[in-house]
Ligand binder design. Structure first.
Ligand SMILES: *Cc1c(COP(=O)(O)O)cnc(C)c1O
Length: 505
């Protein structure tokens, strides 16, 4: 025997084997991790909702170079526990009231776990048959739950920002301006200014979409809103007419059901009529608000949306599905396909046109198996279970809003159509807001109160700026949030406001 062979044998005794973790270890650590997750979810009070970590503090605790040899799972899990967890802001905490609160429900977590175990790439039907078809099934189920028209077909992307960008790309494709082939610059006959309309309260993702599509920020015309932050439809009609007179080419309107600042609902039915008159694509951004339509008595929030060309809703926002999962419904999937399908030889399959290949309907080739977690959440809770939970969140928000309204020292700053409350502290003894200094003072005091509450680690709120000035936002949407959590947030606000106003207001 040669020297080489004996050396490789002795090496094998010292070097860890190739391949993955053993099945035995996977089982052991898997059980351990599930135990860890169960404790994490059952005892949220152990963690400050908003992390108090300072920038770079976390990074300083982690070796700057990668380990040369493998480490034990014990050591890795211990670091997740000791280092990572305290340096996170806990979105899955029931007292997370900032932005739009979200949830990874237990069946959703299992869905994620299985999806990564399968690790299928859903680029083609044949590379993931069940995943491709389960996506169609779950989107049909969700469509039925939301009472959307049957003609709405759909696709799952990661986020609403991406869904909206694809919707706008489809709207532009429908113009038949050969933009797909010729682009927008250096053309023989220059293109007119292509216009998209949305309200002043629209989400920044609409603006990012026009940037990404090369339409430019100038393409987005923001129209005024009414006293309740809803798009003013008459102003929209005027803006379109004015642009047409000036030689621009209006092609798309984005209406919002549940705006980010206040959850206002644009008058979609009126907007749809304007779109029909001018032959414009109507895209509805219902990223947060759409989920509420699974509650039968709240279906009115999508009034008029049956006339939309596309609609985005995020099950990862208020349908208890772990981030990320965004659904784009589209009346004409073939337009989306025209905009994006590009099939190189190595991706051609025998099934051809008979099947849906996910890669044809967007920028990305590779796609995660996101429908699995959505399917598991829908099956585990059922339509009724989902509706009851969302209904309860709305009840809690109205309850909180009623405390604000009953208190002389607090002020509600916007209607509460869903589960978000916008409010501020405004002590009764002094309400002369014509005084500019007083307004500034109110803004500063409210900001200070919010930071004080957030620093307690017991609740986390965020803010916006409304007509009156600085507004705190309390958003209810986590599946584990109960009335106790909302009451505690109210107590904290009162305590911190008392603290703040001592000799101050
Ligand atoms: C959250 C939200 C978005 C952005 O969602 P992402 O999935 O994070 O891109 C867009 N529009 C509205 C109305 C939202 O509430």
């Amino acid at each position: 025997m040669s020297k080489v062979a004996s050396e490789s044998i002795s090496d094998a005794t010292e070097t860890p084997p190739l391949g993955d973790m053993s099945a035995e270890d996977f089982r052991r650590y898997g059980h351990e991790l599930i135990d860890w997750i169960s404790d994490y979810l059952a005892h949220p009070e152990q963690h400050a909702v908003l992390s108090s970590v300072k920038p770079d503090e976390f990074e300083a605790q982690i070796p700057s170079a990668p380990p040369a040899t493998g480490e034990s799972m014990e050591a890795i899990i211990a670091d997740v526990d000791k280092l990572v967890t305290p340096a996170l802001t806990h979105w899955n905490h029931p007292a997370f009231f900032a932005y739009f609160s979200i949830s990874a429900s237990a069946p959703g977590i299992f869905g994620e776990l299985l999806a990564s175990a399968f690790n299928v790439n859903q680029m083609l039907w044949r590379t993931a048959p069940a995943a491709t078809e389960l996506e169609a099934v779950t989107l049909s189920w969700l469509r039925q739950m939301m009472n959307l028209p049957e003609e709405f077909d759909g696709i799952i992307y990661d986020t609403a920002s991406i869904s909206t960008m694809h919707a706008l790309a489809a709207a532009r494709e429908k113009l038949n301006l050969r933009i797909r082939e010729d682009g927008m610059t250096g053309r023989e006959t220059p293109l007119p200014l292509l216009r998209v309309y949305a309200s002043e309260q629209t989400h920044s993702s609409i603006e990012k979409a026009v940037v990404a599509l090369g339409l430019g920020q100038r393409a987005l015309r923001k129209t005024p809103v009414d006293e309740n932050y809803r798009m003013n439809a008459a102003a929209l009609a005027e803006a379109i007419a004015e642009d047409e007179r000036a030689g621009a080419l209006p092609f798309c309107v984005v209406a919002t059901v549940g705006t980010t600042s206040t959850t206002s609902i644009d008058p979609v039915r009126e907007i749809a009529e304007i779109c029909k008159r001018h032959n414009l694509w109507l895209h509805v951004d219902a990223a947060y608000g759409g989920s509420a339509a699974v509650v039968p008595e709240m279906r009115f929030i999508l009034d008029g949306c049956d006339a939309a060309d596309s609609l985005v809703t995020n099950p990862h926002k208020w349908l208890f599905v772990p981030i990320d999962c965004s659904v784009l419904y589209c009346r004409q999937m073939e337009v989306l396909r025209q905009a994006f399908s590009l099939v190189p030889e190595y991706l051609r399959t025998a099934e051809g046109e008979e099947v849906r290949n996910g890669m044809d309907y967007g920028i990305q080739l590779g796609r995660r198996f996101r429908s699995l977690k959505l399917w598991m959440v829908m099956r585990y809770f059922g339509h009724e279970g989902l509706a009851r939970r969302i209904r309860e969140h709305c009840r809690l928000a109205r309850l909180f809003a009623s405390w604000i309204e009953e208190s002389e020292d607090w002020q509600l700053l916007a209607p509460v159509p869903f589960s978000l409350v916008c409010f501020r502290f405004r002590p009764a003894q002094r309400q002369d807001e014509t005084d500019h200094d007083y307004r500034t003072h109110l803004d500063q005091s409210n900001e200070a109160i919010m930071h004080r509450v957030n620093r307690t680690g017991e609740a986390y709120l965020s803010h916006t700026v409304l007509r009156e000035g600085f507004a705190m936002r309390l958003a209810i949407g986590n599946i584990r949030t109960t009335e106790t959590h909302v009451r505690r947030a109210w107590e904290l606000l009162i305590e911190q406001a008392a603290h703040q106003s001592k000799g101050n207001l």
